[in-house]
Write a protein that binds this ligand. Structure first.
Ligand code: FA5
Ligand code: MG
Length: 417
């Protein structure tokens, strides 16, 4: 009896996510490891490859959809909380009560009412209800999955919605409508259009959607081969997937379709037809930058992150595999010489010659002028890593001291110890 109670430790009564406590119930399956990813916001982190990809996609929409006054008509929501209700993630999108995607085995539930969103589409209805007609949503999504080089339980999506009125679709022909009392178009395989839409409106929307997304694929990947694949989503009809042929393989880039009309009606919209899509950011970044492992996106390793430090988001970057051996980081602070020139580049050259290939990165992390004696202090963070074996902190320390001494004798700095 005593043994049993010590191994089956009672679970804490509450689930903690982002410093907030939620009550646990029979649906709870979120782990603290998964909860620790909430709030990392990789898509908002400057110079992160997912942030660069997000910017490239949003720029495409800003540039290609402008008002008469030439301002962008799409607005971007990239800070929506990933904690959503079952209603947001499923019900509002007409996902049937018995649909497999609701399973506990597929989602991270906080409890029977709340979960970590499984797709960005979870926010579609609330933004429609807020009155938006053209919007982009970006964020982290959570699905229970394996951890390997292409799967991770947390990834990022960008979703978009565009609504159109009759006058916008058919400005020069007042006889064309967007709605009709049609029968279900099962004669077209149920795929061609929803019963309430006219064929003209559905076809025009399909054309705008597809040409927009083909343009996006070209914007991201250049002159790429692509194909459209029919698919099904509970919230769009018809629905498609766009695949691109990249690095000798067909890659599913995104899912899209004409929004099911009851989603708009339920948000109080009766005079518009809409299209929507959702694209995975990791997929795009892994292809664009040849990143071999999806786990790398979560790396706090500067050897990964520094490769994306670019001020030109369209720069062609090819990721170079970093050593799997751990880094050692040491800081070096000194006062600059008062009677001699000093430039950071001199120091970088000195570090390269003293540290050789063991130095992965050098960053100036602090630069200040002492208010009383007017002397300038620099602090550099040096990251060491051996490419073939684990470098001990002691070995790194020896090189670090050599660098410090060389800086003192050759660059005339005064070490601050
Ligand atoms: C969806 O999530 C739909 N919400 C997309 C959508 C939005 C359709 C609006 C229609 C209208 P899906 O599960 O296929 O669909 O995911 C969409 C995209 O996310 C995929 O095309 C892919 O690029 C990416 N994705 C999906 N699963 C993963 C995964 N395990 N790892 C990385 N990326 C993924
Ligand atoms: Mg899919």
């Amino acid at each position: 009896q005593r043994y049993l109670s010590s191994v089956t430790k009672p679970l804490p009564a509450d689930v903690k996510v982002l410093d907030h406590s939620y009550s646990r119930d029979e649906f709870t399956n979120i782990t603290s490891r998964i909860a620790s990813h909430v709030g990392r916001n990789l898509h908002l982190q400057k110079f992160h490859p997912l942030n660069i990809v997000q910017q490239r996609i949003t720029n495409y929409f800003y540039q290609n959809f402008v008002s008469a006054g030439r301002s962008p008509i799409f607005s971007l929501y990239n800070n929506l909380s990933p904690i959503v209700s079952v209603n947001q993630n499923f019900d509002s999108l007409l996902i049937p009560k018995d649909h497999v995607s609701r399973c506990k085995s597929d989602c991270y539930y906080i409890n029977s009412e709340l979960l970590l969103r499984a797709h960005m589409t979870a926010h579609q209805s609330e933004l429609l209800l807020a009155g938006l007609n053209n919007f982009l949503m970006v964020g982290d999504v959570y699905r229970r999955d394996e951890i390997d080089r292409s799967h991770y339980p947390v990834f990022h999506q960008l979703d978009a919605v565009r609504l159109r009125t009759r006058d916008e679709l058919f400005p020069s022909d007042s006889s064309l409508q967007i709605f009709e009392q049609g029968n279900n178009t099962d004669s077209f395989g149920g795929q061609e259009k929803q019963a309430c839409h006219t064929l003209e409106a559905a076809k025009l929307m399909e054309h705008e959607l597809k040409s927009t997304l083909e343009g996006l694929a070209t914007h991201l990947f250049g002159d790429v081969e692509y194909r459209w694949v029919d698919t099904q989503f509970p919230f769009t009809q018809p629905s498609w997937e766009l695949e691109v042929f990249y690095n000798n393989d067909w890659l599913e880039l995104l899912g899209c379709g004409i929004m099911r009309q009851p989603i708009l009606t339920n948000s109080g919209i009766s005079d518009r037809i809409g299209w929507a899509f959702g694209i995975g950011l990791e997929r795009v970044a892994m292809c664009l930058y040849k990143i071999p492992d999806i786990r790398l996106f979560w790396s706090k390793d500067s050897g990964f992150l520094c490769q994306f430090k670019t001020h030109n988001i369209n720069e062609a970057i090819t990721y170079k595999e970093i050593s799997q051996f751990p880094q050692c980081t040491n800081d070096l602070s000194f006062w600059l010489p008062e009677n001699a020139e000093f430039s950071s580049n001199d120091f970088y050259d000195l570090v390269r010659s003293e540290g050789g290939d063991l130095v992965e990165q050098v960053q100036l992390i602090d630069n200040f002028v002492h208010p009383k004696n007017n002397k300038t202090s620099h602090c550099y963070r040096i990251t060491y890593r051996h490419m073939q074996r684990t470098l001990t902190q002691r070995e790194a320390g020896i090189i670090h001291n050599k660098i410090a001494q060389a800086a003192e004798s050759r660059l005339f700095v005064t070490l601050r110890l």
